[in-house]
Design a protein around this ligand. Structure first.
Ligand SMILES: Nc1nc2c(c(=O)[nH]1)N[C@H]1C(S)=C(S)[C@@H](COP(=O)(O)OP(=O)(O)OC[C@H]3O[C@@H](n4cnc5c(=O)[nH]c(N)nc54)[C@H](O)[C@@H]3O)O[C@H]1N2
Ligand SMILES: Nc1nc2c(c(=O)[nH]1)N[C@H]1C(S)=C(S)[C@@H](COP(=O)(O)OP(=O)(O)OC[C@H]3O[C@@H](n4cnc5c(=O)[nH]c(N)nc54)[C@H](O)[C@@H]3O)O[C@H]1N2
Ligand code: SF4
Ligand SMILES: [Mo]
Length: 612
């Protein structure tokens, strides 16, 4: 029998999946889906093994030993929910809702699984986590500059003549977008200081000096200006950046800069996909603004890809409560230090892997009297720190609907199996809790199907078509660009390229989906280092070295490469400290981009090398 599944992972592609269930479960990409196009990514090979894995949690756990040591006792779901609801009631009565913080993110970004739990927290009026670890700063930057972060429909890639992947590694992180680009007639540029798989597969790799993107943009605009394209407010700023100076500042040959600028000038349908990875640095928001000024100058301000917004009623999905106080995610440890939190309710995220400044985060959780609830499919590092762990359902075990922050299709996810043991979906967990706590609002008890029907009707989707194909096209938000360059020009003046050594990047791995499944196979934890840097320390491939900074230190194996430039080090994000003893976030900076919503600046991490 075939079912419609929808990949709920935090990924551009939001694939439509056909799940065939015979004696075995087999998944494949929905052939009809214009983006998924009948194939799935490498990560997807873990979806069924993860669902069936012996390592999956099936019974709630209560902590027996010291926090963090993974010593638990099994209890049944009813007992676990009694303990949690009693604890919530106690905290609400003794301290108030400002002492409970739900810590959640996009581990499951299906519309119900991601949003419905917020109805519960909005109702109680607890604190609220501000999602600032991923794309926050770039999104704010675009909104500041042009009034929106919603760009062009990526299906337009198919008819484009020039695609620039700027600070993104789509061959690994957006495989369906990359396939569309490769199958199109477009000339493909990758602008990246690293020789990534995307850079290798592009027509042109602009291998610029790290963080010199702003200068490259000013050089491109200078060239535009010489060819008669002016933007009044920037003329003075770009005056000095001729090809020679731009080349010196970016380490790119003059003719390569000229070729890119000419191609942009001549293209009929240029598209720039601005990555999330590269805006996670001290000047990330500024970089995104700078790139957008290229499109503004070309009078094609909407020809970028960053976010996509649709007419989905999130206030309905989440409920609304404007009185909740906000706690920042990107420097959560420092936020917790200042607050008197009594409960963390963690679901859809694995903060003891994915947040920077792990040493401080773990210290606070060990020292403070905080009751920690974790809802997850696996005994993650975060779950090991819990007082109560509730097992979660896999995406084959609930009904939901999944949108995309990249394309314009919404996919249906059908429940195929009941969750094993006491495992429970996000929706059902919060319905049960609301019931336990005797909450009266009907909104807290809406069923999955009621919610799906309401979304389908709001979006004007033909439900027959949706259940026949598994997906439907929905309308992208229409933009009304309001361009304001003033702040950008001011911020440009404050920009200073940091040339300190060693800059540590923690980028996205082809196999992982952030930290998910990294317990099911051996994860790549090695440090990538440039051959010349290694020579100056007499380091050989396979050696172990220590990286240290004000956040801590880690000992890691080295792989020498010419894909990483001199002065830059790379460790992929997402490995589990409980398996490997450490991960990169033990030494990653929790500095934030103050001008851009306190978004993470994690790639502005600097470390020293020590030979053990
Ligand atoms: N396989 C896989 N795919 C994923 C995910 C996953 O975990 N695994 N996660 C998903 C999520 S949550 C996200 S946010 C996205 C992230 O997707 P990407 O944005 O593609 O991810 P990153 O690898 O973090 O960073 C992209 C690139 O930015 C480059 N970069 C760093 N500094 C600079 C700079 O100064 N200038 C320029 N021009 N480039 C720079 C890096 O070298 C890197 O190649 O991927 C999504 N897709
Ligand atoms: N150093 C460094 N750190 C980074 C980044 C980086 O580039 N460098 N990137 C950042 C980025 S872009 C992102 S998006 C974040 C992501 O970081 P996280 O939000 O922590 O994402 P995941 O590691 O995928 O963890 C999601 C968790 O949710 C669980 N989960 C999955 N489905 C469900 C469900 O239905 N219910 C419940 N209750 N749980 C579920 C998974 O098992 C997993 O443990 O990491 C950030 N951290
Ligand atoms: S992780 Fe991304 S590319 Fe892979 S199946 Fe899910 S949505 Fe598709
Ligand atoms: Mo992300």
């Amino acid at each position: 029998m075939d079912y419609f599944s929808a990949c709920p992972k935090d990924c551009f592609d939001s694939c439509a999946i056909i799940t065939r269930v015979n004696e075995k479960i087999k998944i494949s990409g929905n052939k009809e889906h214009p983006i998924t196009s009948g194939f799935l990514c490498l990560k997807s090979k873990y979806f069924v093994p993860a669902h069936l894995s012996e390592k999956r949690l099936k019974v709630p756990l209560i902590r027996k030993g010291k926090r963090g040591d993974g010593n638990f006792k099994e209890i049944d779901l009813d007992q676990a929910l009694n303990i949690i609801s009693d604890k919530i009631n106690f905290i609400l009565k003794e301290y108030g809702p400002d002492h409970i913080l739900p810590v959640e993110y996009a581990g499951n970004r299906s519309l119900i699984s991601y949003n419905f739990p917020q109805r519960f927290f909005n109702y109680l009026g607890t604190l609220k986590l501000k999602h600032s670890m991923c794309d926050e700063s770039g999104g704010l930057a675009l909104n500041d500059l042009i009034g929106t972060s919603t760009g062009i429909d990526p299906e337009k890639i198919k008819d484009s003549d020039l695609i620039v992947y700027w600070g993104i590694n789509p061959a690994w992180t957006n495989v369906h977008g990359w396939a569309m680009a490769k199958n199109s007639k477009a000339k493909i540029y990758v602008v990246d200081p690293l020789k990534t798989e995307s850079a290798k597969g592009a027509d042109r790799h602009i291998k610029l000096k790290i963080e010199s993107d702003v200068y490259l943009v000013l050089g491109i605009l200078n060239h535009f200006s010489k060819n008669g394209l002016k933007i009044k407010k920037l003329e003075n700023v770009i005056m000095d950046y001729d090809l020679k100076k731009t080349s010196e500042l970016t380490n790119i040959n003059e003719n390569e800069i000229k070729e890119l600028a000419d191609d942009l000038l001549q293209a009929k349908n240029p598209i720039i996909h601005m990555g999330y990875g590269f805006q996670r640095s001290r000047y990330g928001g500024l970089f995104i603004k700078a790139i957008e000024t290229v499109l503004i100058t070309l009078n094609k301000p909407g020809n970028f890809i960053y976010d996509a917004k649709h007419k989905i009623d999130f206030d309905y999905l989440r409920g609304k409560n404007d009185h909740r106080k906000v706690v920042n995610q990107a420097n959560l440890a420092r936020e917790l230090e200042k607050l008197d939190i009594k409960m963390l309710f963690i679901y859809n995220t694995n903060p003891l892997v994915s947040l920077p400044n792990q040493n401080l985060l773990r210290k606070i959780l060990m020292e403070r009297d905080i009751f920690i609830v974790v809802h997850d499919l696996f005994l993650t590092d975060t779950a090991r720190f819990a007082d109560i762990v509730i097992p979660a359902a896999s995406f084959f075990e609930y009904n939901d609907i999944v949108d995309s922050y990249y394309h314009d299709y919404i996919n249906i996810n059908q429940k195929i199996f009941d969750p094993p043991g006491f495992a429970i979906s996000n929706h059902d967990l919060f319905v049960k809790l609301a019931y336990k706590m005797n909450l009266k609002d009907k909104f807290l008890f809406e069923t999955e199907n009621e919610i799906i029907n309401r979304i389908i009707s709001d979006l004007g989707i033909d439900s027959n078509e949706l259940y026949k194909k598994g997906f439907a096209k929905i309308e992208r938000q229409v933009n009304d660009f309001k361009i304001n360059m003033d702040e950008f020009i001011q911020e440009l003046k404050n920009f200073k390229l940091e040339e300190k050594k060693f800059r540590l990047l923690s980028l996205t791995h082809i196999q992982g989906i952030t930290s998910q499944f990294n317990n099911l196979y051996e994860f790549d934890t090695a440090l990538r280092m440039n051959v010349k840097d290694a020579e100056s320390y007499s380091i050989k491939s396979g050696d172990e070295i220590i990286l240290e900074n004000e956040y801590g230190s880690i000992k890691t194996k080295v792989i020498l490469t010419d894909s990483v430039p001199e002065g830059v080090l790379l460790i992929y994000k997402g490995s589990w400290p409980s398996i490997n003893g450490w991960n990169v976030n033990f030494i990653v900076s929790d500095d934030v981009q103050k001008d851009y919503g306190n978004g993470t600046a994690l790639n502005s991490t600097y470390v020293n090398i020590r030979i053990p």
